[in-house]
Ligand binder design. Structure first.
Ligand code: IPE
Ligand code: IPE
Ligand code: MG
Length: 247
């Protein structure tokens, strides 16, 4: 039986988030420019989006560009933005055919005009799709998101729209970029690094973490299915005892 057939459809992560890392090292190992790593990384994106849609994961969020990534060499940043535009243009067809809705989180106003408008265009054209929500984290940083959230809530308090006593987890959730997404169930990071790098700090409070040595451009559906099977064999206790869960 293949890995895919072993997956329990009733125990799928509702929200899968991936830190797609290792494009640069993949290229270096092959004696290629980093740009080739990013190009091949975008092919892996298609493969994994398809894999998630096939098994029925409803929410997939991909870390594509962090607030810190603006500090990379200018040429690399430009290349990544160009790649974003060309991938969006190319993938609109796949998204439409597979009934996938595109969403984006992050400080999107910081994106170059062209990337921003292309992104908005694809979001608009796929907004009625319902099989899966694919969220791209672009110019995304969790600390920026939390700072923005605090500012927005503070302004509402100042303008008497909300009382400080009414601020609870739900109110905070409703001001995050991820307000329409459920909490992350499974977080995968490729390339062997074991860190979060400012990704979804609030939203991964109870996520299962999965780290793999595979570099992102080499990541295939079978790697994804392996990670999901591993997730399905874990016991998520949310603070309770094992006995309580089996009562
Ligand atoms: C991930 O690959 C892609 C982005 C962060 C945009 P990297 O470019 O970080 O690859 P490594 O970590 O240098 O190998
Ligand atoms: C995290 O990867 C950001 C993305 C995958 C988009 P990085 O390669 O930028 O993270 P660090 O620098 O290793 O923490
Ligand atoms: Mg990296």
């Amino acid at each position: 039986m293949g890995l895919k057939e072993q997956i329990d459809k009733n125990k799928l992560p509702q929200h899968l988030a991936i830190i797609m890392d290792g494009n640069g090292r993949w290229a270096k190992q092959k004696g290629l420019f980093r740009s080739m790593g990013h190009e091949n990384g975008s092919k892996a994106v298609r493969e994994i989006v398809e894999g998630c849609a096939e098994i029925g994961v409803p929410y997939l969020t991909l870390y594509a560009f962090s607030t810190e990534n603006w500090n990379r060499p200018k040429l690399e940043v430009e290349l990544l933005m160009k790649l974003l535009v060309s991938s969006l243009k190319k993938e609109i067809k796949t998204l439409t055919e597979n009934n996938i809705k595109l969403n984006a989180i992050g400080n999107l106003d910081a994106l170059p005009k062209k990337a921003h408008s292309e992104l908005m265009d694809v979001i608009e054209k796929t907004k009625q799709n319902s099989r899966m929500t694919l969220t791209l984290a672009l110019s995304y940083g969790s600390r920026e998101e939390i700072t923005k959230t605090i500012k927005e809530i503070s302004l509402k308090v100042k303008n008497n729209l909300i009382s400080p006593l009414d601020i609870d987890e739900k109110v905070i959730n409703n001001h995050l970029y991820t307000q329409n997404l459920p909490d992350v169930d499974l977080l995968i990071r490729t390339s062997g690094e074991q860190r979060i790098s400012n990704f979804l700090l609030w939203q991964i409070a109870y996520a299962e973490l999965y780290f793999t040595e595979t570099l992102w451009p080499d990541y295939t559906k079978d790697h994804l299915f392996e990670a999901i099977l591993n997730y399905q064999n874990r016991e998520r206790r949310f603070g309770k005892t094992s006995e309580q869960l089996n009562e």
